[in-house]
Design a protein around this ligand. Structure first.
Ligand SMILES: Nc1ncnc2c1ncn2[C@@H]1O[C@H](COP(=O)(O)OP(=O)(O)OP(=O)(O)O)[C@@H](O)[C@H]1O
Ligand SMILES: O=P(O)(O)OC[C@H]1O[C@](O)(CO)[C@@H](O)[C@@H]1O
Ligand SMILES: [Mg+2]
Length: 507
């Protein structure tokens, strides 16, 4: 089944994107359109209060690059009409909640982004275009769907035939033979968890990577790639915050070498810690999977005398999964996340709260994000220094530590009463699954956004939904942005009102 054209149509020409709660894509006056040859950095429009965050374009450093008419015109599924192709004037607002009495109305400009979708002019000849797709970092539901849709979209929409998967993350550029991809090979990948291309941490060697993309200056390791002597012209990088920081370096080096190579990144993080975009793909699936663990913890706790169900969920430095899983479950008594501190003993502490809950209900469910409370866990100097291959700190098991602290507390304060802690650590079970239906659709739209953007000559960009509409966002901006839970906003207040947990502020 080829669903590509229909979904691309949704992405590009529907007044309301499939996912859009509200359509916040607007058009700038045509007179303010930048020309294709002046697509460098951001630009303010004098006639309107918008600050356009332009993605880089290949013509920024290759002004004479040849362009072609988009062959979507000849695609039997399309009947391009006015407005089918997007232009530079189609933009998306970053901020849609506006205080009319505040700065906006007094003339301050606000960030806007180019809307994702097909453009009339493209800058690649599909018959000679070679594409590389790579996945990096930890797993996330939907990675295979993004790969599948990149392959099918490039093949069906634009007629690209040379599509390669880079195996095992960044290191695969210079150390592994790439895999040739085609629609037949990938047709059922969206049903599989993980990434068929394989992924890894570490192994980021800028020059070896760009040499291999450029396919010049082979050294010993790169010579493995001798079987495909032409350079890649388009590189699609699927990864999280670390991957995006690496992608910025690759993009900068490609610009420095003035290569005709488009670079697009598709943000992937089960933790939902990438900023600017609404949310990352796979996050919704992970939250859904987390419900199973919370349900089990609830049943175990409810069926015991003074039972505590303790669930640890992923979230290295952000507590989004724990927060959303808590809000959607309603069985959770307390949610602990990295963005806010907590303490165990004394007035307003966790033990006092749990004691009250056990007295009232006979059970309690505790959800903790893996990055929470790390400063409280005793560790050796060696453990303090431990890092994974990408340089991320290695955490101690906050769930196991909490379980032990809870038991010590109970046996100290209530030596004659029954007490049970059932600790459930679903870890990889929430991310090593195929994407759910909505995430699959989301991944498809991301892939198609990326393809249309790269074909149109944009480079060094990330595609993703902003307020429900798909945008092209400068890669550097996303790599620097972080999405943490704001414990001062309404969502965290909502968690606290659902759980009635303490604020853990020592009085
Ligand atoms: N600052 C950086 N510069 C260059 N490369 C980096 C940088 N940080 C990380 N990388 C590389 O990016 C890849 C993925 O990084 P990392 O393991 O941190 O995962 P991630 O992309 O953040 O995904 P996730 O956090 O969802 O697992 C690795 O190959 C790593 O070497
Ligand atoms: O795959 P690894 O190296 O065990 O890393 C696990 C980490 O990856 C993530 O799933 C994504 O960063 C984190 O939630 C978790 O801490
Ligand atoms: Mg990361």
């Amino acid at each position: 089944m080829v669903i590509t054209p229909t979904l691309s149509y949704l992405l590009s020409s529907s007044p309301q994107c499939y996912f859009a709660a509200v359509d916040m894509a607007v058009s700038l006056p045509e007179s303010t359109n930048p020309t294709t040859t002046t697509q460098n950095s951001e630009e303010s429009f004098s006639s309107c209060p918008f600050k356009l965050q332009k993605p880089p374009h290949l013509t920024d450093y290759l002004p004479d690059l040849k362009s072609y008419t988009n062959q979507l015109d000849n695609n039997p599924f399309y009947h391009p009409t006015d407005g089918f192709y997007l232009t530079h004037s189609d933009i998306i607002l970053r901020q849609i909640i506006i205080d009319l009495s505040g700065t906006f109305s007094s003339g301050a400009s606000q960030f806007v982004y180019h809307r994702a979708g097909p453009r009339q002019q493209i800058f690649f000849d599909p018959s000679s275009t070679r594409v590389a797709i790579v996945t990096c970092g930890g797993l996330c539901p939907g990675m295979n769907t993004v790969i599948r849709e990149l392959v099918v979209g490039l093949w069906e929409l634009y007629g690209v035939r040379q599509i390669y998967g880079i195996v095992a993350g960044y290191r695969g550029f210079y150390s592994r033979e790439p895999t040739e991809l085609n629609p037949k090979l990938v047709h059922d990948w969206h049903k599989k968890g993980g990434t068929v291309l394989e992924t890894s941490r570490g192994g980021f060697d800028l020059h070896k990577i760009v040499d291999s993309i450029q396919s010049r200056g082979f050294n010993q390791l790169v010579s493995l790639l001798v079987g495909c002597p032409n350079k890649y012209e388009q590189v699609y990088i699927i990864g999280g915050d670390g991957t995006l920081r690496g992608a910025v370096k690759i993009f900068d080096e490609i610009c420095r070498r003035k290569l005709n190579i488009g670079v697009a990144a598709i943000p992937k993080t089960v933790d939902n810690d990438v900023g600017i975009i609404d949310k990352s793909f796979g996050f919704q699936t992970a939250v859904e999977m987390a419900q199973q663990a919370i349900n089990a913890a609830y049943v175990e706790a409810e069926s015991a005398v003074n039972g505590i169900g303790l669930v640890k969920l992923m979230g290295r430095s952000t507590g989004h999964i724990a927060l959303y899983a808590t809000l959607s479950s309603r069985d959770v008594d307390c949610c602990l996340i990295p963005e806010t501190e907590f303490y165990l003993e004394g007035k307003g502490g966790l033990f006092e709260f749990l004691e009250k809950r056990l007295k009232e209900n006979g059970h309690a469910v505790l959800v903790v994000a893996e990055g929470a409370g790390q400063d409280m866990i005793p560790r050796t100097d060696a453990q303090k220094e431990e890092r994974d291959e990408s340089g991320n700190p290695v955490f101690l098991d906050v769930g196991a530590w909490l379980k032990s602290e809870l038991r010590n507390w109970w046996s100290r304060d209530h030596p004659n009463d029954l007490f049970t802690v059932k600790y459930i650590d679903p870890t990889y079970m929430i991310r090593a699954v195929p994407a759910n239906a909505m995430d699959n659709l989301y991944c498809t739209l991301l892939a198609h956004s990326a393809i249309h953007g790269v074909m149109a000559g944009y480079t060094g960009f990330v595609c993703g939904p902003i307020n429900g509409n798909y945008a092209y966002i400068p890669l550097k901006e996303v790599a620097e942005a972080k999405n943490e839970v704001n414990v001062m906003d309404h969502k965290w207040a909502w968690v606290r009102s659902v759980t009635n947990q303490p604020d853990f502020v020592r009085k």
